[in-house]
Design a protein around this ligand. Structure first.
Ligand code: KG4
Ligand code: ZN
Length: 341
């Protein structure tokens, strides 16, 4: 009988330390996360040096926690995957060093993983995973991209943001509304009590016949609404609601275009912004109308986590794409540079 393979995944690219174990037959068998949100909130955003130091404190206990949760020993692991980029260099180095050291001690391979590939594959952790090929919409704090995915590792960029990423627009707009960091989840909560007809914000670049995005103008529209408001306490839920509607609509318009260009009818949506319930339902509805389907990860796996790194690491490990002992991280790393698996 062929024995199960198990990969430990470590994510430390920004402000979350995530560790998980993926089993090639049983799927995800353990995961743990420490979020630094409370620590950075005081500063209104991520402080890179504090992030690195906190990853150092958290990563080893989290590794032991998932090993215990899976009722196994470190020696039962077959490979250690880690986020090698893109991300904050100091934060990336912590996960990379831990992964390399563990792999060396256990005499098993270490597997560098692209953070955005992790996000892109996260919906495959769910019970009814999407099948290839599909169009992927990646909406995170640093990236907004539409990608044609033929199989794991084969990514064709169809379009991306020419300025702010969708998550960045959420964070900046949240700040303008006086909400705490991180803005996305706080803005989602505020928008629940808002009225969709109160404002009409632009759907940026909707009339351009491409798959690129631009969210900087939308943020300016929010700024103007805030400035013009005579009673911001009263208006801010409406602004949050109408901002979210504008982002959701824009994403729908661009996804439809990408589906038309590729002739595909399966959409995978991933990255922190895909945790937003309005965005999830708008995209799902849009796909239902086309008799296609939208796939998402559970909200917990939309934002940064170790599970997606363990899964992507398992696929790269099985494809034999492991690295020698050198520790290399890539703060900037285009997804298009990845090899097919
Ligand atoms: O994917 P992610 O966790 O980290 C990056 O790789 O960037 O994405 C973080 C981004 C942040 O901008 C955050 O505000 C946004 O995702 N976000 C949300 C929600 N949860 C996280 N945006 C809108 N609604 C949410 N519920
Ligand atoms: Zn991320």
């Amino acid at each position: 009988m062929v024995r199960n393979m198990r990969v430990l995944g470590i994510e430390s690219s920004c402000d979350e330390t995530g560790v998980a174990i993926y089993d090639d037959k049983e799927g995800l068998i353990a995961h743990a996360l420490h979020t630094q949100i409370a620590m950075h909130a005081e500063y209104g955003g991520v402080v890179p040096e504090l992030a690195s130091r906190d990853h150092i404190k958290r990563v080893v206990p989290l590794v032991h926690q998932v090993i215990d949760e899976a009722s196994m020993q470190l020696e039962d692991l077959d490979a250690i995957a880690y986020t090698a980029g893109p991300g904050l260099i100091g934060a990336l180095l912590v996960g990379a060093m831990e992964a390399r050291a563990l792999a060396y001690a256990l005499k098993i391979p270490a597997v560098p993983v692209h953070h955005m590939e992790g996000h892109l594959l996260a919906p495959m952790l769910e019970e009814n995973p999407p099948t290839f090929p599909f169009v992927a919409l990646l909406v995170s704090g640093g990236h907004t991209m539409l990608i044609r995915v033929d199989k794991p590792g084969v990514y064709e960029l169809l379009g991306q943001s020419v300025d702010d990423a969708a998550g960045e627009a959420f964070d900046k707009s949240a700040k303008l509304l006086g909400l705490p960091y991180p803005g996305g989840p706080a803005l989602e909560k505020l928008a629940q009590n808002g009225d969709s007809s109160a404002y009409h914000f632009p759907r940026p670049m909707a009339d351009r016949a491409n798959c690129d995005f631009s969210f900087a103008g939308l943020k300016t529209a929010v700024l103007n609404a805030v400035k013009a408001s005579l009673d911001l306490e009263h208006d801010k839920a409406n602004i949050a609601r109408c901002f979210t509607d504008a982002v959701a609509d824009t994403l729908c318009i661009k996804c439809k275009r990408a589906l038309k260009i590729t002739g595909l009818n399966t959409l995978v949506v991933a990255g922190g912004v895909s945790a937003n319930s309005t965005i999830r339902s708008s995209l799902s509805e849009m796909m239902q109308k086309r008799h296609g389907k939208a796939f998402f990860a559970r909200p917990q796996f939309c934002t940064d986590n170790g599970a997606m790194i363990a899964l992507a690491g398992m696929l790269r490990f099985k494809a034999g794409q492991v690295k020698d002992l050198g520790v290399e991280v890539f703060p900037r790393w285009p997804l298009s540079e990845l090899k097919a698996m």
